[in-house]
Write a protein that binds this ligand. Structure first.
Ligand code: HEM
Length: 288
C-alpha cells in the first residue's frame, strides 16, 4: 500500500502522478472543446485542427524520446513499437489534409508553446520527460478510446478506421495490461524527492498545455461562422469521397422547421400565400 511521504505524495511515481493530476484531468475533461466532443458535438473542422496539433506534439515528443532512449531517466519507458504515434498521425494527416498535407497542416500558437516545452525538457531537463510521456500515452490508452468511437460516429467515418489511426494501437493487445506495465516501469525510475516533485509539477504543466490547446482551438472555431451551427454535424458529415475538401456546401441543417422547407416548393408557397389572403379577407368580412 502506498503511504504518503514527507512531501505528501504517494510513494510510487505512478500513484503520485495520478494523484497530482486529478484536478487538472477534470479540468481537461471539462474544457469546452472536450465537453462538446464527449456529447458528439465535434465538427470535421475541429477534429482536423486537434489532430494537426497532436501531429506536431507527437513529432516533438517522440524526437525527444529518441534523444533520451538510452538515458536512464527515461530508458525503461521506451516503447516505440507499442506507443509511438508519429507514423499513425502521418497517415491521419494524409487522410484529413490530402497528399500535400505537409504544407497544409496548421501549426497554432498553443501547439508551438507545447512543442517548445517538450524540446526544452528533452534537451535540458530530460528527467522530466516521463511526465509528458505519461500525460499523453496513458491518456490515449484511457479516454482516447472513447473519443475514437465518438469521432467515428459524429464524423461518419468508415469503420475501417481511416482518419483515426492515431487512436489505434495495433501492437497493444490489452490497454489495461499495458498501462499496468507502464506504471510499473515508471516506478522503477530512480529519482530524488526533489526530482519527483518536479516531475509531478511537470505533469500538471503538460495537462495545462493540453488545456490551452483546446481553449485556443475553441476560440478558432468560434471565429468560424461555419462552425457555429448547433446542428454542426449535418453540414460537416462527409464520406470518404469528399473528405479532402474543406469548403463543402452545407447541407440542410437538421431540425429546420417543416414550413420553411416546404415553402421552397413554388406550388406550396403559392397555396400558402392564397390561404393567407383568404383568411385576411374572411376576417375583414367578420369584422364588418
Ligand atoms: C474528454 C476527455 C477525457 C476523458 C473522457 C478521459 C477519460 C479518462 C479515463 C476514463 C481514464 C481512466 C481512469 C482510470 O483508469 O483510472 C483516464 C485516464 C487518464 N487520462 Fe483522461 N480523459 C480525458 C481527457 C484527457 C486529457 C486531455 C488528458 C491529457 C492530455 C488525459 C490524460 C489521462 C491520463 C494521463 C490518464 C491516466 C491516469 C492514471 O492512471 O494515472 N485525459 N482518462
Amino acid at each position: 500500500m502506498d503511504r504518503p511521504q514527507s512531501d505528501s505524495l504517494p510513494q510510487d511515481l505512478s500513484e503520485a502522478l495520478k494523484e497530482a493530476t486529478k484536478e487538472v484531468h477534470a479540468q481537461a475533461e471539462n474544457a469546452e472543446f472536450m465537453r462538446n466532443f464527449q456529447r458528439g458535438q465535434v465538427t470535421r473542422k475541429g477534429f482536423k485542427l486537434v489532430m494537426a496539433s497532436l501531429y506536431h506534439v507527437y513529432v516533438a515528443l517522440e524526437e525527444e524520446i529518441e534523444r533520451n532512449k538510452d538515458n536512464p531517466v527515461f530508458a525503461p519507458l521506451y516503447f516505440p513499437e507499442e506507443l509511438h504515434r508519429r507514423a499513425a498521425l502521418e497517415q491521419d494527416m494524409a487522410f484529413w489534409y490530402g497528399p500535400s498535407w505537409q504544407e497544409a497542416v496548421p501549426y497554432t500558437a498553443a501547439t508551438r508553446r507545447y512543442v517548445d516545452r517538450l524540446q526544452q525538457v528533452g534537451r535540458r531537463e530530460p528527467e522530466l520527460l516521463v511526465a509528458h510521456a505519461y500525460t499523453r500515452y496513458l491518456g490515449d490508452l484511457s479516454g482516447g478510446q472513447v473519443l475514437k468511437k465518438i469521432a467515428q460516429k459524429a464524423l461518419d467515418l468508415p469503420s475501417s478506421g481511416e482518419g483515426l489511426a492515431f487512436f489505434t494501437f495495433p501492437n497493444i493487445d490489452s490497454a489495461t495490461k499495458f498501462k499496468q506495465l507502464y506504471r510499473s516501469r515508471m516506478n522503477t525510475l530512480e529519482m530524488t524527492p526533489e526530482v519527483r516533485q518536479r516531475v509531478t509539477e511537470e505533469a500538471k504543466t503538460a495537462f495545462l498545455l493540453n488545456i490551452q490547446l483546446f481553449e485556443e482551438l475553441q476560440e478558432l472555431l468560434k471565429q468560424d461562422p461555419e462552425d457555429q451551427h448547433p446542428s454542426q454535424a449535418a453540414g460537416l458529415r462527409h464520406r470518404a469521397s469528399s473528405r479532402l475538401q474543406d469548403s463543402i456546401p452545407a447541407e440542410q441543417p437538421r431540425g429546420t422547421p417543416l414550413l420553411s422547407s416546404l415553402s421552397q416548393t413554388p406550388l406550396i408557397r403559392w397555396l400558402l400565400t392564397l390561404s393567407v389572403v383568404v383568411a385576411t379577407v374572411a376576417m375583414g368580412f367578420y369584422a364588418l
